[in-house]
Design a protein. Sequence first.
Length: 644
Amino acid sequence: MRAAPTTMWRSPAAPACLLVAAVLLSAVAAATAGEEYVKYKDPKKPIGERVDDLLSRMTLAEKIGQMSQIERANATSAVIEKYFVGSVLSGGGSVPSEKATAKEWQQMVAKMQKAALKTRLGIPIIYGIDAVHGHNNVHNATIFPHNVGLGATRDPKLVKRIGQSTAHEARATGIPYTFAPCVAVCRDPRWGRCYESYSEDTKLVQLMTSAMVPGLQGDAPARYPKGTPFVAGGMNVAGCAKHFVGDGGTRDGINENNTVLSFHDLMRIHMPPYDDAVIKGVASVMISYSSWNGVKMHENRFLITDILKNKLKFRGFVITDWQAVDRITTPPHKHYYHSIQETIHAGIDMVMIPYDYPEFVADLTTQVSNGSIKLDRINDAVSRILRVKFAMGLFENPLPDPRLAGELGDKEHRQIAREAVRRSLVLLKNGKHGEKPVLPLSKKADKILVAGSHAHNLGFQCGGWTVSWQGQGGNNVTAGTTILEAIKAAVDESTVIDYTEHPDKSSIAESAKEYDYAVVVVGEEPYAETEGDNLNLTIPSPGPKVIKDVCGLVKCVVVLVSGRPLVVEPYIGAMDAFVAAWLPGTEGHGVADVLFGDHGFTGKLPRTWFKSVDQLPMNFGDKHYNPLFPFGFGLTTKPSHSQS
Ligand code: BGC
Ligand code: BGC
C-alpha cells in the first residue's frame, strides 16, 4: 500500500493517542485499497521497526536467501524465487551481453527484481557491481583514473564529484550498489592491486574515503548516528569499503597473502579509513582474502565483530569477497561446511557465493537447524541487510528508472574525468640539469614525434577492471580519447605528427633534426588482482628501448602509464621531462591539457618512488628512506595562456 500522507508517524515522541489514530487511519486507507496493512511496507515507519516486523515474518529459508549473493549468470527468475535470493552481482566483466546498452542492463535488473518482488514477502534484491573507477564493466561508461591517480590530485571535492558521477552511471543501468571504494593502504607496490589504493599514506586514504563514500551514497545529515547506513535515494548508490582489513599490507605485496603486524600497527596503518567510511554511513564492508598474522580475515571474529561492528559501531552489512568462503581452507582439504560455520560465526552477513548456492543454502540450513550456528547470528545478519535495503529506499523504488539511462557516459561526467586526469598527472622532471624546462610544450611546433605502446591504446590507458576483469588493449574497448588523439586535437593544425608504436632507431635518426620534440608514452599492460603481482617492477619491453632510442636523438617527454611507480632510475638521465600518468582512463584530453599548458601540473606523488625493488617495502615515514622521488613530490607548471 501507499502510506497515508501524515507526518506524525515520524515522530517517536508522538503521544500514544495520535499513534493509535494514525494506525487506524492507515488501516482504513489499507482497507480502501483492499490490502491488509503491512508495517514493513510502510515508508513512514522508522527503519528499525520495519526491519523487526519483516524479520518476524521470515522463514529460515527466506533469511538464508537474503544472506546469499549469486552471480548474474545464474540468476534466473526461477532461481531467485526458489532460493529467495537477496542479492545478485556482476563479477568482473560479467555483462548481460557484449556492449549492452543502459536500457539492456536495466531490463536485466528489472527482470530479476520482478522475480524477487513476486516472492511471498516481496523483498527486493540488491544488485552489486564493481564500479571502481567509474562504472567500468559497462561499455561506453566514463572511465575515471584509478584510485592511485585520485590520490595524486589531493582533491577530495573532485573525488566526491567522481563518486556522484559514478553513482549516476550505475543508476543509468539500474544498479544501486557498488563494491567501492577500495580503501586499501598499499604499502608495497609489488602488489597487483596497488592502483586500487589511493596512497601508501593512511591520512591520504582517509581523506579520499571521506569524500568518495558521500559522493557515491549522498551526504548523511548532521548528527546522524554513527555507523547507521546512509544512502540517499534517487541517483545515489550503496557503497562498500574494502577489503577489511590489511589487504595492502601483505608480505612482499603478494595478493591475498599474510599481513604480519602488531595489533597497534594494524589499527594505526590500515584501520582508520574504515572508521571514516563508517562515520559517513557506508552501507557495507567487504572482507579481505588476506590473513592477519596467519589467520584468514574471513574467520576473524575479533576484527569483524568486536572491532568493526562493536567498537567502530558499523551497522551496515559485512560481505565476503568472491568465493572467499571456499578459500578459507585450501584444496584438497576444502571443507566448505566448516568454512561456512567459521565465516558466519565471525560476523559475515552476506556471502558472495557466487555459483554454488545450492550447496551453501543446504549447508547453512543444516547448521542453523542443528544449532551449530545460532539463530541470533542469522537474525543479526539479515537485519543488517534489510536495514540497508530500507535505508536506500529499495522497497519503495525497487525498479530501474528509465529516465536515468542517459547518464551513462554523460558529457559532464567526461569533463569531470578529464579534470581528474590533469589533476592526477605528476611531473617528476622538467628539463635536464641546468637546462630550460621542457614543459609546457609548444602547440606550434612544425613536426613532432609521438611514440610508444601506450600512446594510442585506450585499453592500456584504462588498465584493469575496464570492460573485462583483467582489462585489455585496443581502441575498440569502449568510447574515449587516446593520448595521441588528444595531442592531435591540442596542437596547431599545421603541426605534423609522426606516430609510431615501436619506433625504429635508424628511421628516427634520419628525421631527428626535423622534430621539435618527441612524446614517448610507455608503461604497464592491464592487469587485475593477483595477475598484477610483480617482483621486479620494470617497464615492460620494449618500453626501455623506446625511451633510450628516442630520447637519445630527440628532445623527449616520457609519459609513463602504470598502476604504480616502476624502475626508472636507469633511464631518467636520458629523459628531458618525465610525467607519471598512472591509469588515466578514457579521457586522454586531460593529458594534453597539462602537456601543452592549457592547465598547470599540480599532482603530487601519492606514493614513494623507489630507486630499486630491493628497497621495498619503503614508505613515507620509514627510518631508512632513500627514494628516487619522495612521497608528496611533484613539480608544478603555470598554465601558458598566451603562447606565441
Ligand atoms: C575482488 C573484489 C571484487 C569481487 C567482485 C573479488 O575478486 O577481490 O574486489 O569486489 O571480486 O568482483
Ligand atoms: C570474477 C571477478 C572476481 C575474480 C576473483 C573473476 O572470475 O569475474 O569478479 O574478482 O574472478 O578471482
